[in-house]
Design a protein. Structure first.
Length: 377
C-alpha cells in the first residue's frame, strides 16, 4: 500500500518499537513502587521528560504525560478555565482548531464562558491584532494551534502570544503543537507558550500517549482525580512502554528535522508539479505552510468517493481530518475554500519515507478517477 495519511497517524519507527518491547519485557515496574523495579520505570519516564525538554528547550519538570493530544488539549483548555475562569470568564481561540480544542471551548461556552473565536481572512491569513484586540483584563486563556492539521497553514502563534501577554501579562497561552512537533522548530520560550500539547503517534511512536508542557507556576484543574502521579495534574499509573516509545522516536527524529523537512518539501513540490496538468484541481495549502501536508480539491468528485477509489488502488489519503471520519469540519471554508471545494478535498500528508513513484501513482490514480468517477456521478 501507498500510505499518504501521515497527519492522521504515522507508522511506528523501529526505535519506538524497540523501546516499547524493552519496557514490556524488562522494565515493567510501576513507577510509583518504592523498590528497584519501580525506580527503573521512574528513571525511564524521567529520561523521556529530559529528551522532550531538551528538544523544546524547557525544564524536564514542565513535561506531563497524558494519553494523547486530545487529553492534553482538554486538560489545557478546561484546566486553565477551571483554575482562573471564575473572575476571568473570557477565553479566546480560533475557528480552525482541532476538534479536541474546539469541543473543549464549546463545553466552556455551555458553562457560561465568553468564547471569542478569531477567523482568518479570505486568504487564510490570521491578523495577530485581532487576537490582541479581543484580550481584556477579564481574559484568562488564549489557545491557538501551530500547524493546521487539514491544510498545513502555520499560524502566527508567537506574534499572537507575545502581543496578548504585552496587553495582559496574566493571560495563559496554550498551543496545540501536534502537527508541528519535530517538523518545524519549536522553542517554548520564543513561542511565549505557557502550555503546549504533543502527541506520540504523529511522530512515529505509539497511539495512546502524549504530553503537555506546563510552565512552572501555571495552575490547572485536573480532569481526573486519583493518585499523585504527574504531580496530581494527571493521576493514573503512567503507560511506561508508550512513554518510552515516544522518547525513542523523538530522540531519533530531533537531529534530522531540517533534512526531513527538505526532503518532504521536495516531495510536496513534485506532487504539485505532477498535479498541475490535471483539470479542476484547487490547492488549499499555502506555499509557506508545513511541507508535510498538501490539501487540494478535485472538482465535482466528492472526497469520500475519490478516497475510496484511491483506496481500491492501494493508496491511502484522507478527506479533511481523520477524526471527523470524513465529515466536513468547516475548517477548509474558514481558510477560503468554497463549500463545493471543501466537499471534494483530499489531504495528502507525507513522511520522509515516501517516494516520488508513490506520488506518481497517486496522480495517475486521480486522473483515472476523474475519467471514470465523473461519468458515474
Ligand atoms: N491536535 C491536532 C492538530 C491533531 O492533528 C490531532 C490528531 O488527530 C490531535 C490534536 C489529537 O491527537 P491525539 O490523536 O493524540 O488525541
Amino acid at each position: 500500500a501507498i500510505y499518504l495519511d501521515n497527519a492522521a497517524t504515522t507508522k511506528p519507527c523501529q526505535a519506538a518499537i524497540g523501546a516499547i518491547n524493552q519496557c514490556l519485557t524488562e522494565n515493567y515496574g510501576n513507577p510509583s513502587s518504592l523498590h528497584h523495579a519501580g525506580l527503573q520505570a521512574q528513571l525511564a519516564i524521567d529520561g523521556v521528560r529530559r529528551t522532550l525538554a531538551s528538544i523544546l528547550a524547557c525544564e524536564p519538570g514542565c513535561i506531563y504525560f497524558t494519553s494523547g493530544a486530545t487529553e492534553s488539549n482538554n486538560l489545557a483548555v478546561r484546566g486553565v478555565a477551571g483554575a482562573y475562569g471564575k473572575h476571568k470568564p473570557r477565553v479566546i481561540t480560533t475557528t480552525v482548531e482541532h476538534a479536541s480544542v474546539r469541543e473543549s471551548f464549546r463545553q466552556l461556552e455551555q458553562a457560561g464562558f465568553e468564547v471569542i473565536r478569531i477567523a482568518p481572512d479570505s486568504h487564510g491569513v490570521f491578523d495577530p491584532n485581532a487576537f490582541v484586540e479581543a484580550v481584556n483584563e477579564r481574559t484568562c486563556l488564549i489557545s491557538m494551534m501551530l500547524v493546521n492539521n487539514e491544510t498545513g497553514h502555520i499560524l502566527p502563534v508567537r506574534r499572537v502570544f507575545y502581543g496578548a501577554k504585552r496587553k495582559n501579562p496574566q493571560i495563559i497561552t496554550h498551543c496545540d503543537a501536534v502537527q508541528g512537533f519535530l517538523k518545524v522548530p519549536i522553542r517554548i520560550s520564543e513561542l511565549k507558550a505557557d502550555l503546549l500539547s504533543l502527541s506520540g503517534h504523529k511522530i512515529h511512536a505509539a497511539k495512546g500517549v502524549g504530553a503537555l508542557y506546563v510552565r512552572k507556576g501555571v495552575r490547572l484543574t485536573p480532569l481526573l482525580f486519583g493518585g499523585e502521579q504527574e504531580h496530581g495534574i494527571r493521576p493514573g499509573t503512567e503507560p511506561v512502554p508508550l512513554i518510552a516509545g515516544m522518547g525513542a522516536a523523538a530522540a531519533e527524529l530531533a537531529p534530522t528535522l531540517a533534512q526531513r523537512s527538505q526532503r518532504v518539501a521536495a516531495l510536496r513540490a513534485y506532487l504539485l508539479e505532477q498535479l498541475s496538468p490535471l483539470p479542476g484541481i484547487t490547492v488549499h495549502s499555502p506555499e509557506d505552510g508545513s511541507p508535510y501536508i498538501l490539501n487540494f480539491s478535485v472538482a465535482n468528485i466528492r472526497s469520500e468517493i475519490m478516497l475510496h477509489f484511491l483506496e481500491s488502488k492501494g493508496i491511502y489519503v484522507s478527506s479533511g481530518s481523520a477524526c471527523s471520519k470524513g465529515a466536513n469540519s468547516g475548517v477548509l471554508e474558514q481558510f477560503g475554500a468554497t463549500r463545493a471545494q471543501a466537499d471534494s478535498a483530499i489531504r495528502v500528508s507525507l513522511c520522509p519515507e515516501n517516494a516520488k513513484h508513490e506520488l506518481r501513482s497517486l496522480v495517475q490514480a486521480i486522473a483515472e478517477g476523474q475519467a471514470t468517477l465523473k461519468t458515474a456521478k
